[in-house]
Design a protein around this ligand. Structure first.
Ligand code: GLU
Length: 326
């Protein structure tokens, strides 16, 4: 990748290649082995993309050097293949690994900086959470921004000189963004009052998920984002970031989360699971179990992702979270 000539290009362009084809993505974080929840998200992302005749990308979200490991990335890719899912571009090509894309995030950060949207923030995590909590009914609506947004240049210089490394936040406008989620329908969020300014670069220099995922979805020409509904509230800020950087946001399709009757997915169906599944299951049994949980089959029966294609429809999938017994 020629980083020196990098400019933010509209959606549909990646490394100079324009595509009008629908494009989906797997975007796993290699910080552990896949569990049933991840597997369901990847299966629906693959079915959604292939039903549309789309191109599939496998992007490794390995930005965090402390939490992610190359062996998990390898295992995730093997799991997808073992289950019968394929992709057209991506891992193990390093240019689809976030750890190798820092120059692109740097360029996007710089674009936001030039627009006057970036400021340093010295708040602790606890202060940030307190500032982000919504005012109670009847309370005056308070300014959700932390004080760092209003520091003078001299005050900033003083803090920097004292050696305290800041995180970097993007200043969002008082704008209401509407996302048409293909499964949950219209989702409306006021960026300033409900989301608030958010971190795009951590104090240790690592770019934050929100920036990296937006830049990548834009530059990889992603047109369909299929993922768990815990990320639905991030969709408006990602759509706004992409538009601010000159791109076109993808369509978002969120899916219900898998939860255990006991409240939390246990270790058995938890982080060590695909390793265990590969030893104990036929992949077709596992796909059948996932398909039944998602409402695509009346009951579990062995099936491949490809055989599921004619049975896939978003309106069969529940919107309430799916409870599994363990
Ligand atoms: N890497 C994220 C995860 O594994 C998913 C991000 C996304 O789909 O936007 O949870």
């Amino acid at each position: 990748m020629d980083n020196s000539s990098f400019t933010i290009r509209p959606s549909g362009a990646y490394n100079g290649v324009m595509t009008t084809q629908p494009t989906g993505r797997f975007a796993p974080s290699p910080s552990g082995y896949m569990h049933m929840g991840n597997l369901l998200a990847t299966l629906l992302a693959w079915l959604d993309c292939r039903t549309l005749g789309g191109r599939m990308v496998l992007r490794m979200e390995d930005l965090d050097p402390v939490r992610t490991r190359p062996e998990y990335a390898r295992a995730l890719a093997e799991d997808l293949r073992w289950l019968g899912m394929d992709w057209d571009e991506g891992y193990p090509d390093a240019s689809y690994c976030q750890s190798a894309r820092t120059a692109l995030y740097e360029a996007a950060f710089h674009t936001l900086e030039e627009k006057g949207l970036i400021y340093p923030c010295w708040c602790s995590r606890a202060q940030r959470l307190a500032a982000a909590s919504a005012p109670h009914p009847g309370e005056a609506v308070h300014d959700p921004r932390c004080r760092c947004a209003y520091l003078t240049a001299a005050e900033r210089a003083e803090r920097i000189a004292a050696g305290r490394l800041p995180a970097w936040k993007v200043r969002v406008p008082d704008e209401t963004v509407t996302v048409q989620d293909c499964h949950y329908g219209t989702y409306v969020q006021n960026l300033a009052r409900e989301g608030g300014d958010f971190i795009v670069r951590r104090a240790d220099g690592v770019f934050a998920y929100q920036l990296a995922v937006s830049v990548d979805d834009m530059l990889m020409g992603v047109t369909r984002v299929v993922r768990g509904r815990d990320l639905l509230s991030s969709a408006p800020r990602q759509a706004w970031l992409i538009r601010t950087l000159g791109g076109t946001p993808p369509e978002y399709c969120h899916l219900p989360l898998l939860t255990a009757a006991e409240g939390k997915l246990s270790k058995r169906l938890g982080s060590e699971s695909t390793q265990r599944f590969r030893a104990e299951y036929d992949p077709r049994d596992l796909v059948g179990r996932l398909a039944a949980l998602a409402g695509l089959l009346p009951s579990p029966e062995p099936i491949t992702p490809r055989e599921l294609l004619p049975l896939f429809a978003w309106n069969k999938i529940p919107t309430d979270d799916i409870i599994i017994s363990q």
